[in-house]
Ligand binder design. Structure first.
Ligand code: TEU
Length: 572
């Protein structure tokens, strides 16, 4: 019998370096700061650190616009410090995942600078260049080769005046997309990846990796024929091109090639996770089937889309039964083949306690620990995003000047110029802006929360006086202590790591319950995702008599399930 992979019992912690810890007083977090805080991670018990990009970058998208894949931006430190980080993490039994952003580069990357320099430059074909739409002049309204809207508002095509051609950028115009059809591009990426692995890093989180294969052929199959327009997007003059670039025709071929060229022969101790917006369960089974040699697990986006309407700014209340149906489908779909990653938060999502929990003073601690229990007890590898372990909440944004994120700022410009009312655009930003996740980690109650001695690049949440690491470190009832226990439980309990998943009470509007079973042992997990008190026996007759393995509230009445209470019980 084959041993389950090491990462089936691992927990990953994501560091967004700009907001984690600043060591030099410039107000921006750095590697020196991360090195100072490794004890926090060791104390939490996490196994892997995923580090968001620290490479040289103009920082148009906080480092997701890379201008050199094989160095460290002086803003964050040096290669020597990166080596020091690898060594220090390994010494503590932790691994390091680098962020691999190879769907696009920065427009300042030498590859793009060369590519744009002339239409016959050898690197011209490393990016997606196209002439204006048939018969139109460069720059004419609507002359973009397709009608696709970019993730960060506006068209995905940017005109280069010098050549009269457009280049493709699915994200910001300063993030041109690499052309993976060109084998030289792929080899250059693989070589860079091997260089990092040789340096001692333990794997990669792969940014929007399901977008690297694109179909830009026209309807008649000709490259320069009429390209595919997408269906119109609600409230926009532009269209949805995702059918042409999400999980495109060669995506599995490219990932298998990458696996052969980069990971083959050294996979065992490594970890790969592919970030895949729009991926379906059926596709994820293929991506994560170990026999196919693609990636170990994927980030899917279904559960973080359930509280949205036609766009991420169009808010809808989450219905718990939809969340259960979604998780249940992913648990079942990747049960016999493949593996799930589990997350509420990352640097692109608002804070879970504010979004899915209840960040009012009365229920903030309890809802943060309830959500954590719910997530960590599923089958899959849990990801903890910096600050989540202390219940950090959304920022009380009041004015546009407080935002930093390119996505938020572009959206505001676009929405207001399209006639939307400023106050309602701001309300959407307040709830959904990625900046909610990007305010500095709250280490203590000092003026800048112990994050920096300078002026932080984005404001520290005013709630840091109460909500901070120092206040929770020695408090066994804290959100932090609860995360420590959940992580330890996954390390010690085979049922948590490997047990089968069965959803219970699928239609209940407030209680989320399931079992995990392995070799005759069963854990029952019951979480009250709301403010009502329930008689436990009326929900799950076997629960009151079961042994409590872990709970998030003081255990004074086993018969009752109180607001935001979560219990992990062992059935006899
Ligand atoms: O994000 C990809 C992505 O599609 C989203 O999470 C995106 O940020 C969100 O949907 C916008 O509404 C990845 C990175 O995680 C993100 O930080 C980068 O900005 C993006 O790719 C481009 O590299």
């Amino acid at each position: 019998v084959e041993q389950p992979a090491w990462w089936t019992r691992a927990v990953v912690y994501q560091v967004y370096p700009r907001s984690f810890m600043d060591s030099d007083g410039d107000g921006i977090g750095d590697l020196g700061g991360l090195l100072l805080r490794l004890d926090h991670l060791a104390d939490l018990g996490v196994d892997v650190v995923w580090l968001s990009p620290v490479y040289p970058s103009p920082q148009a998208d906080n480092g997701y616009d890379i201008s050199d894949y094989q160095d460290i931006d002086p803003l964050f430190g040096s290669l020597a410090q990166l080596d020091e980080l690898v060594e220090a993490l390994h010494a503590r039994g932790m691994k390091l995942l680098m962020d691999l952003v190879v769907n696009h580069t920065s427009d300042a990357h030498p590859w793009f600078v060369e590519s744009r320099s002339s239409t016959d430059d050898p690197k011209r074909d490393w990016y997606w260049w196209r002439p204006p739409r048939g018969g139109m002049a460069p720059g004419d309204p609507g002359a973009e080769p397709t009608n696709w809207q970019s993730f960060f508002s506006g068209p995905v095509w940017e005109l280069d005046q010098a050549s009269g051609e457009y280049y493709l950028h699915l994200f910001d115009r300063r993030q041109p997309d690499l052309n993976w059809e060109n084998p030289q591009v792929r080899q250059a990426v693989y070589e860079m990846m091997r260089w990092w692995l040789d340096r001692g890093v333990d794997g990669f989180r792969m940014d929007v990796i399901n977008m690297i294969s694109k179909d830009l052929r026209g309807r008649d199959g000709a490259e320069d024929g009429h390209l595919h327009d997408g269906p119109p997007l609600p409230g926009s003059a532009l269209g949805d091109g995702s059918a042409s670039y999400l999980c495109g025709p060669r995506i599995h071929e490219f990932l298998q090639e990458m696996h052969r060229e980069v990971f083959a022969g050294r996979d065992g101790a490594l970890l790969t996770v592919g970030e895949m917006p729009g991926v379906t369960v059926e596709q994820a089974r293929l991506f994560t089937d170990p026999a196919r040699g693609e990636v170990d697990m994927v980030f899917q986006f279904e559960h973080v889309g359930l509280d949205q309407g036609t766009s991420k700014w169009d808010l809808h209340p989450l219905r718990l039964r939809d969340l259960k149906a979604s998780f249940n489908r992913w648990q079942a779909g990747l049960a016999d083949v493949g593996w799930n990653s589990l997350y509420w938060d990352n640097h692109d999502q608002p804070r879970a306690v504010s979004r899915f929990g209840d960040d009012s003073p009365e229920f903030r601690r309890d809802s943060a620990t309830c959500l954590a229990t719910l997530l960590h007890l599923h089958r899959g590898t849990p990801y903890v995003y910096q600050g989540e372990e202390i219940g950090m909440a959304n920022f009380p944004f009041e004015a546009l000047e407080q935002f930093r994120d390119v996505e938020s700022l572009n959206h505001h410009v676009q929405a207001v110029s399209a006639g939307a009312d400023g106050a309602s655009v701001l309300a959407g930003l307040r709830a959904m802006s990625r900046d909610n996740a990007r305010t500095p980690v709250q280490w203590d109650d000092s003026p800048h929360a112990g994050f920096t001695t300078g002026t932080p690049w984005i404001a520290v949440n005013p709630d840091h006086a109460e909500w901070n690491v120092a206040a929770q470190r020695d408090d066994e009832t804290s959100v932090l202590a609860h995360h420590r226990r959940l992580i330890a439980l996954r390390h010690t309990d085979d049922v948590v790591a490997l047990g089968d998943f069965t959803m219970l009470l699928p239609d209940h509007d407030e209680v989320y319950a399931f079992t995990r079973s392995l070799a005759g042992e069963t854990l029952l997990v019951v979480c009250n995702v709301g403010r009502t008190t329930y008689r436990l026996a009326e929900l799950l007759p076997e629960a009151p008599a079961a042994e409590l393995v872990l709970g998030n509230l003081p255990d004074d009445d086993p018969a009752e399930l109180r607001p935001w209470e979560a219990r992990v019980l062992r059935l006899p």
